[in-house]
Design a protein around this ligand. Sequence first.
Ligand SMILES: Cc1ncc(COP(=O)(O)O)c(C=O)c1O
Length: 383
Amino acid sequence: MVDWVKIRGDFPATDNGTYFISAGMSPLPRQVFEGVMSEYRKICECGDINWEDDIKRNRNVRGKVGKLIGANADDIAFIVNTSTSMSLLALSLKIELGTGFNVISMMDEFPATTVPFEYQDIDMRYVTPVEGRYPICSILDQLDGNTKAVLTSYVQYATGFRQDLKKLGEELKKRDVLFLVNSTQGFPYFPIDVKGMGIDALSASLHKWGMIGQAGAIFYTSPEFRKRFPTPIAGWQSVVPDEGDFIYTKKNGKIRLLESSEQYMCGCINLQVLNAFETALDYQSSIGYDNIRKRIFELSDYLVSRLKEVNAAIISPIFNCDERSAAISFNLGDDTAGCVSYLEKRKIYVSYRNRNIRVSLNVFNDEGDIDTLMDAISGYSTS
Ligand SMILES: Cc1ncc(COP(=O)(O)O)c(C=O)c1O
């Protein structure tokens, strides 16, 4: 049995308001904050003398990330953000495929997914949602002989709709179409198996469900993908070092790209915070991802039942558990935006997305938070 009261106590942010915006950024539990502090304490007290150990530890952290998504450390890079991962993918496709191809994506993707491709002038075709869902047949219907990739979020940021990546990936493999995924709103809470799902590349920013603030993003690529689409940009850490050295010093020599996904990491990263990300992964693993999902679904069921009492229009497709996530969006009519400000004044934090209220539920939330929200909503509608 998980002690959810104790877990709530790990999050100082719960003392400062009723927090439903983890899909924007999750607050840190005390343990992770201490993990970050301890990495910086090492720099404060010892400077750079632990650099080699830190590099090794970073590889271990990437290994832990890999385990969570069915990949090896070699296939995981840390990248500054998902916009950058997507830019790398867009550039690779443009360089290797030239023109005359198209990419299929979803109409209400978060722009970090799509702007990088549009900026490279790639022919983007968008699938229209059906009642907040993207049925796989609607996606496949858009494919034509020039489609080279499908680009989708695992969980849509505005509605919380969770795509069946396995089924979609299987269909794309049959058609020899690349499968590129933004998993920012899904990782690490919802299951990912990159091989079983036929995913060629995947990015997930860590500041939402990674509980580590704006530290960066994970970027997975399969070895086959990297062979066909080597990194379109490189830095000193992308290449094989000189023999007996840790850097490549030649000028006008023959540059050899690293085969691993470190080729994307280019140079120094935010090693301290990204190493402390291990504390967040350990914290979440100690609760257990099955328990986390169960808890989130229990809370969202309770939220939905309370929303029905006030006749709120529920925007998220919630009928199929396999398509649900930690976010529920709803609408209260013409004055939905006014209600968001009203709530904020009472320190009840929700997001306003696509003219709807998005509530995201996390491990520290409880039924009391939902009662606080619903009492305030009822107070607003009668005020
Ligand atoms: C689905 C999704 N992708 C990506 C991001 C962030 O992108 P980036 O890491 O490029 O800032 C967000 C939210 O900030 C998001 O909701």
